[in-house]
Design a protein around this ligand. Structure first.
Ligand SMILES: [Zn+2]
Length: 309
């Protein structure tokens, strides 16, 4: 009798264990893996508490050069969905995403949410498009819509919640653009020349009417040569550019070499500050969000270029 009783207890315990595992799985949050922290921020804005966001690239990480580690592959293969930027921004990870997509993983490139006319063509970059799409606020509004649409398909029970978050965030993005235009309006047209380490700011230039010049081209994989540095130094002297900018995700040596080259021509050029180009700032700081990053960048650019001789 005692033996039957023990068996009975074991069977009950097994059922309870199975039930609690299933409950845990049912309650586990929908896990979304992202590449850059701009995308993590966007997924937080739309997905809110209903999803868990795991970002692969933290602050200051260069997506052009980033290679997936073994740990990243585990994160990717256990994700419920993967969101990346696309247009070859994540140059070394394109193969990983394409293979995963073919194997049935749910991978989404934000650039697929943009119409062709919103992408800047560039013959110098793999895929022939400039991948720095987030520097167009209009593009980021479309990316937010794209994320909302995909999350709503993946989690139809939360569709209303995602759409409400989109409505709120879209208002924030519209008001961001007004604030950015207001800050830019303090800088006369002839002073709107932005010189940075690599060509990340073409969308910014197009949307806010700046001429942008990058020393390294669109990807950081191409290094600037001596001739590039001398040509750009001449351009800075000829156009009387008062400041050039370091980027948080690119080593500052190239910009320092450019500064020296300008100074060797008896012209002073200041370091205007560090801009967030291919990465947001640290999480928990204003610059760790898209909205805060953009206000910081625009203010830094306008303050450094708005000098009177
Ligand atoms: Zn870049």
């Amino acid at each position: 009798m005692r033996k039957y009783w023990i068996n009975y207890l074991i069977i009950i315990s097994c059922f309870m264990l199975i039930f609690s595992c299933q409950e845990k799985k049912k309650n586990a949050k929908f896990k979304v893996v992202t590449t850059t922290n701009m995308i993590s921020d966007l997924l937080h804005q739309i997905g809110g508490d209903s999803i868990e966001v795991v970002g692969l690239m933290g602050a200051g990480v260069d997506p052009h050069l980033y290679k997936a580690s073994e740990g990243d592959v585990t994160k990717l293969t256990t994700a419920d969905a993967i969101f990346y930027s696309g247009l070859h921004l994540e140059g070394k990870m394109v193969d990983v995403f394409e293979k995963m997509n073919k194997s049935g993983y749910k991978t989404f490139a934000l650039s697929d949410g943009l119409p062709e006319k919103n992408k800047i063509s560039s013959a110098n970059f793999a895929g022939n498009h400039d991948p720095h799409i987030w520097f167009s606020v209009e593009n980021w509004r479309l990316a937010a819509k794209f994320v909302t649409k995909q999350l709503s398909t993946l989690q139809p029970q939360n569709k209303e919640f995602f759409e409400e978050n989109l409505r709120t965030y879209d208002l924030d993005l519209k008001s961001l653009k007004e604030d950015l235009n207001e800050i830019a309006s303090k800088l006369p047209k002839e002073k709107r020349i932005l010189v940075t380490a690599h060509d990340a700011f073409s969308y910014f230039g197009k949307e806010f009417d700046f001429k942008v010049v990058g020393l390294q081209g669109i990807s950081t994989t191409a290094e600037a040569g001596t001739k590039d540095i001398l040509d750009l130094a001449n351009f800075i002297v000829e156009n009387d550019v008062p400041a050039i900018f370091v980027e948080s995700s690119v080593p500052e040596q190239t910009i320092l070499a450019l500064k020296s080259a300008v100074e060797s021509k008896d012209k002073n050029v200041a370091l205007g500050g560090t801009l967030y180009s291919d990465s947001l700032g640290n999480s928990g700081t204003p610059e760790g969000t898209y909205l805060g990053m953009y206000i910081y960048n625009m203010s830094t650019i306008v303050n450094a270029l708005n000098v009177t001789e």
